[in-house]
Design a protein around this ligand. Structure first.
Ligand code: CTP
Length: 399
């Protein structure tokens, strides 16, 4: 997990979105992080230090001086963490940061810290649009700090526009990226995910049990490690991962077209989609009526996307996935050879905790030159990390 064993400091400044920092703290703690909260005086008008103490198990720090404050806390706190996230960051806080002001515990910690800082602004939309605030955002970004764009919507003051604190999920993903090694920085990675739908008539289709979770995890983790990711997805209920370009397709033939269009500019293809092998030979224009007791449907084979694309490969790393219910290793190795792949990720799909629609997967990564890497039962994100480690090792040096 991205946050296991990480020490995160959440700086909370005084805006109505301060209450959302409580959810952020909770999610980080449940993701395995140790969280320390530092609040400005104004933040305490919106939410109490006790809320954060209850969620993180650590006293929230609120002041440089006075009871409960530790000498030199303003230096130590910012140095002993792995990253700092400011949520919400008010216009005032960003203004002080841009000007180098340290007039309370949080701003002093920020001046004394050399750790990565993620700024999550939230304010009234006119304030966000104010040139003084925008100048400060540019200054902070120029210094290498990560400033998220506030989201659009209805604000607490009733106005509609950009100013909402980004969703907790977006903040977590941006923070995970800040903490991840950037070993795939700028690498162009193409991922496919999900099932395909092959239409019988306007309301019915043939599909399979794939949820898209493993492919989406690959896209998310590759992005986290700095890659430029294009995700070609069959129908899936999953949200597009933060920072990933998603192209939505339905059928195997649409997926083939999308993969062929994007493959030449890609450096690696991870074909995690569960592509339907057949489509109905004819698609009824109108909804088929219930008729005789038996119905025969004729099917025509779909193109083998991986095989077609692997034949066009120049320097790309091409990875297939093999869903098997028996003879896992032998069947997967055969697909590796037949389809001309660099790697194949084999998984046993007839187990309740591995394969389709669950959050865990037990896979074996098989490659050329006798690579055989059986992995224990892992989360799909952890599987993605392992697969991408192998891809990173095979990628030629960046141009
Ligand atoms: N695949 C593909 N095009 C297809 C079918 C599969 O590109 N028409 C890809 C899948 O995305 C996966 C790999 O091929 O990466 C293996 O898929 P799998 O369904 O296990 O293999 P098949 O070649 O379809 O073989 P079989 O169904 O007979 O096991």
């Amino acid at each position: 997990m991205a946050f296991t064993g990480k020490r995160i400091l959440i700086g909370v400044s005084g805006g109505i979105a301060a209450y959302k920092a409580a959810e952020l703290a909770r999610r980080l703690v449940s993701g395995g992080a140790r969280v320390k909260v530092v609040m400005t005086r104004a933040a305490q008008e919106f939410v109490t230090p006790l809320t954060f103490q209850a969620l993180t198990g650590e006293k929230a720090a609120t002041a440089m001086f006075g009871p409960g404050s530790e000498p030199l806390e303003h230096i130590a706190l910012g140095q002993e963490v792995d990253a700092i996230v400011l949520a919400p960051a008010t216009a005032n806080l960003m203004g002080k940061m841009a000007a180098g002001i340290g007039d309370d515990l949080l701003t002093t910690i920020l001046l004394a810290s050399t750790k990565p800082i993620l700024i999550c602004p939230a304010m009234n939309c006119e304030m966000w649009a104010n040139p003084a605030v925008q100048d400060n955002v540019v200054k902070l970004r120029d210094r290498g700090l990560e400033v998220l764009h506030p989201e659009a919507g209805e604000l607490a003051c009733g106005a509609i526009g950009y100013g909402r604190l980004p969703e907790v999920e977006t903040i977590l993903e941006a923070l995970a990226q800040l903490l991840s090694p950037q070993d795939l920085a700028g690498r162009r990675i193409l991922v496919t995910a999900g099932p395909t739908h092959e239409d019988l008539d306007p309301v019915r289709f043939l599909t399979n049990r794939s949820s898209g979770k493993q492919g989406y995890a690959l896209a998310k983790v590759a992005r986290r490690r700095g890659a430029e990711v294009c995700l070609i997805s069959g129908p899936s209920h999953l949200p597009a991962p933060h920072g990933v370009e998603r192209l939505e397709v339905r059928t195997a033939r649409e997926m083939l077209d999308a993969v062929l269009a994007r493959f030449p500019e890609s450096e690696a293809l991870l074909m995690a989609a569960a592509v339907g092998d057949y489509h109905p030979t004819s698609r009824s224009e109108h909804k088929m009526k219930r008729g005789s007791p038996e119905l025969t449907v004729h099917l025509t084979q779909n193109p083998d996307i991986l095989k077609e694309v692997a034949a066009l490969k120049k320097k790309q790393v091409v990875v297939g996935f093999a869903a098997e219910t028996r003879d896992l290793e032998a069947a997967a190795r055969k697909k590796l050879e037949d389809k001309g792949l660099d790697l194949i990720v084999a998984n046993q799909v007839n187990r309740p905790d591995s394969g389709f629609a669950v959050d865990t997967n037990e896979v074996t990564i098989i490659g050329r030159k006798n690579l055989l890497l059986p992995l224990p039962l892992l989360s799909k994100e952890e599987v993605a990390e392992k697969v991408l480690d192998q891809v990173a090792a095979l990628l030629p040096p960046p141009r």
